[in-house]
Design a protein around this ligand. Structure first.
Ligand code: HEM
Length: 158
């Protein structure tokens, strides 16, 4: 079966950015329980409406899955032909779960903050830029999928 061709506007990530986010994430991964908890706590403060999209009160499974999937996505950054169709499908699933396109930017902001906590540095510009570039690529594919899905978000609760 042929793969869908996905055209997006985002620039390719540089090899330096890829290495920066991969090494940053592997440092964060060691403390994944604490950091994933902080991530969702902060997400629900910044965007309270997103909380009701999650089926379970206890986000333990979700937290584990997010970090596992992020690890896989970051590993795939230098292979967009494989990564984009996966992200597109994930975006379609998210549209069905009621995730609006604009939530991806909030997600990025909170994730970058969380990664800064993980690295124990309030400001590290090249790393912050690398994370933003990575999310710009990831989010453009996922956002496009949610928009293309034609989901009518007005009918949703959040
Ligand atoms: C890079 C961005 C993201 C990644 C990698 C990601 C990853 C995932 C994965 C792997 C799942 C399970 C999917 C499935 O079962 O098909 C999931 C579920 C979910 N995600 Fe995301 N996600 C992202 C962004 C977002 C955003 C922006 C929101 C909005 C707040 C969100 C909310 C959810 C919800 C509500 C679920 C379902 C949870 C449940 O079943 O209770 N995600 N996410």
């Amino acid at each position: 079966m042929g793969r869908a061709i996905i055209t997006i506007e985002a620039d390719m990530l540089s090899q330096t950015d890829i290495e920066l986010v991969q090494s940053s994430f592997s440092r964060a991964f060691r403390d994944k329980d604490n950091l994933s908890r902080k991530f969702y706590e902060r997400l629900f403060v910044v965007a309270p409406k997103t909380k009701m999209l999650f089926k379970e009160e206890d986000l333990k499974k979700q937290r584990t899955m997010l970090f596992a999937v992020m690890a896989m996505v970051l590993k795939g950054l230098d292979d967009p032909d494989t990564l984009y169709p996966y992200l597109y499908m994930l975006g379609e699933d998210h549209a069905k779960m009621g995730v609006k396109p604009e939530y991806f930017q909030v997600f990025c902001e909170v994730f970058v903050e969380t990664m800064q906590i993980a690295d124990g540095k309030a400001k590290n510009e090249p790393l912050e830029r690398a994370w933003r570039n990575a999310f710009s690529m990831i989010n453009s594919v996922m956002e496009k999928a949610t928009i293309d899905s034609g989901a009518d978000f007005r009918q949703l609760r959040a």
